[in-house]
Structures are given as structure tokens and as C-alpha cells.
Write a protein that binds this ligand. Structure first.
Ligand SMILES: Cc1cc2nc3c(=O)[nH]c(=O)nc-3n(C[C@H](O)[C@H](O)[C@H](O)COP(=O)(O)OP(=O)(O)OC[C@H]3O[C@@H](n4cnc5c(N)ncnc54)[C@H](O)[C@@H]3O)c2cc1C
Length: 234
């Protein structure tokens, strides 16, 4: 898809955060990225609703995202089961989920190596998020208590990675907050909230891809003036 897009003259920039936008007559006309001014027909936003509010200078909704620290551990043995993931929900266990990437596909680990990914949820900026290394002993003990490992000695190496906005948090008033945000966002006509973060919707990859196609259809129809697939089907 990227190749086809580029062949048609499109440009794909990754790893950059837009720092500003210009709005004229209720439309985003340009986005500013690292000193470049990029003219826009449409903006599909897959970042958090807070970052979108900041970009467009709108009041941010009072909603939050749960963060995640993933600990990747190489092991000398085990894990002693063949399922790809397991959830661990008791409050005295520090992790919430274990996955075994090589049980999904052996190509996910070097030949002969055993590894697990241990997930600990937290909030961006809290102690666990800022200092993931401080809970390594507790993590190892809990893995033994949950019988994921026979002994803490099995852990050969640990690497961790932080994800600041892994999951939307559904407080009782999140719908009201999002509605309020959408009301102010309605003043800007060519911005679409998209994806898990942008939609604040706890969806999976297939839904995100499906929704992206629907967005693309809508944008293409509006740009060319032709009816969307949905309108044709109706
Ligand atoms: C731990 C975990 C396990 C999961 N397991 C599964 C699974 O097994 N199966 C499944 O179907 N789904 C799974 N999901 C869900 C799936 O990953 C998401 O639903 C999907 O990736 C969301 O797609 P997206 O395009 O919305 O977001 P992403 O894939 O996260 O893409 C959003 C993009 O926006 C970029 N971005 C964010 N903010 C900004 C900004 N301010 N400026 C510029 N760029 C920005 C990000 O860098 C990122 O590239 C899992 C999610 C998590 C967190």
C-alpha cells in the first residue's frame, strides 16, 4: 500500500509529531511538522484525544488512558504451557497478562530460545511507569507464585518497553466527556478521530483496519464528489 501511495506521488513521514495546525473557515488547512508546512484536505488522527485537542487548541476531554510496561524475558526453561497468552486478574499479582510470542509463531524467538512477555499496567508518570526496573524482584516472585516459572533462576535476561497510552479507561462519565469534545471538534469539519486512541474505543486491529477503510471511503467520496460505497449500497 505504501509503495502504491508513493508511486502516485504521496509522501509518508513516520516518527514525527505535528506541533501545530492552521484552521481557516472551519477547516484544518495545514499541519506543521518539524518546520514543514503540510497542506491538508483531511486529517485522520490516531493519537490521543488530548494531543488532538492540543493541536487544534480545543478544550481537552477529561478522559484517561492506561499505560503499559512490557517486560520481555528470555528464559532458560519453560514456560510450562503451550498457550499463547494468559490473563492474571488477582490484585496481589503485579502483572495482568503473559504472552509467549513463540507459541503464536516460532519465528518470534531465535531458534532454541524461550521467552515471555509480561505486562504490567500503570499510568504515565507514576512510579511503575517511571521506574520499571524497581519491580523486577516482585515480578519474578509473582511469576513463580502464578506457576509461570518454576524458579526465578530461570530468568536469563529482562528488557522492558513502555507504552504510554495502551488502553482507554472507561470512567462512568467518559461518554459525556467525549460528546462534549465532539461538539467542539464539530467546529472543524475535516478532522476524523480514528483508531484505538483517537476513537477512545477499546477495539482490536481488525476493527481499526475496517474503520480506516470506511474513513478512506468517506474522504475519497468527499474529495471526488462521488457517492461513498455505503451510499451506493443503500
Ligand atoms: C498489549 C496489547 C496487545 C494487543 N493485542 C492485540 C491482539 O492480539 N489482536 C488484536 O487484534 N489487537 C490487539 N491489540 C490492539 C491493537 O494493537 C490495536 O487495536 C491497534 O493497533 C490499534 O490501531 P491504531 O491504528 O488505532 O493504533 P496504533 O497501531 O497504535 O497506531 C497509532 C499511531 O499513531 C501514532 N501517534 C500517536 N500519537 C501521535 C502524535 N501525537 N503525533 C503523531 N503520531 C502519533 C503512534 O505512534 C502510532 O503509530 C493489542 C493492544 C495492546 C496495547
Amino acid at each position: 500500500m505504501a509503495d502504491r501511495f508513493r508511486a502516485l506521488g504521496g509522501e509518508i513521514l513516520t516518527g514525527r509529531v505535528p506541533e501545530g495546525a492552521a484552521i481557516e473557515d472551519g477547516r484544518v488547512t495545514e499541519v506543521h511538522v518539524e518546520g514543514r508546512v503540510i497542506p491538508t484536505s483531511y486529517v485522520a488522527w490516531t493519537g490521543t484525544v488530548h494531543s488532538l485537542a492540543r493541536l487544534l487548541d480545543l478544550p481537552a476531554p477529561k478522559v484517561s488512558y492506561l499505560a503499559l510496561v512490557c517486560y520481555y524475558m528470555t528464559l532458560s526453561d519453560g514456560p510450562p504451557h503451550d498457550f499463547q497468552w494468559s490473563y492474571h486478574g488477582t490484585s496481589d499479582i503485579i502483572f495482568s497478562r503473559i504472552s509467549v510470542p513463540s507459541n503464536f509463531d516460532p519465528a518470534n524467538a531465535p531458534p532454541g530460545k524461550r521467552a515471555i512477555c509480561v505486562e504490567v499496567s500503570c499510568y504515565e508518570g507514576d512510579e511503575q511507569y517511571e521506574h520499571p526496573e524497581r519491580i523486577l524482584d516482585r515480578l519474578a516472585d509473582d511469576l513463580v507464585r502464578e506457576r509461570v516459572l518454576k524458579s526465578t533462576e530461570e530468568i536469563e535476561s529482562v528488557r522492558f518497553e513502555r507504552f504510554a497510552w495502551a488502553y482507554p479507561v472507561y470512567h462512568l462519565d467518559y461518554r459525556t466527556e467525549l460528546k462534549r469534545f465532539d461538539k467542539s471538534l464539530a467546529s472543524v469539519k475535516n478532522v476524523l478521530r480514528a483508531g484505538r486512541l483517537g476513537k477512545f474505543w477499546y477495539n482490536n486491529m481488525d476493527h481499526c483496519v475496517g474503520a480506516a477503510f470506511a474513513h478512506a471511503d468517506k474522504i475519497a467520496a468527499n474529495l471526488t464528489g462521488t457517492p461513498s460505497k455505503k451510499e451506493v449500497a443503500a
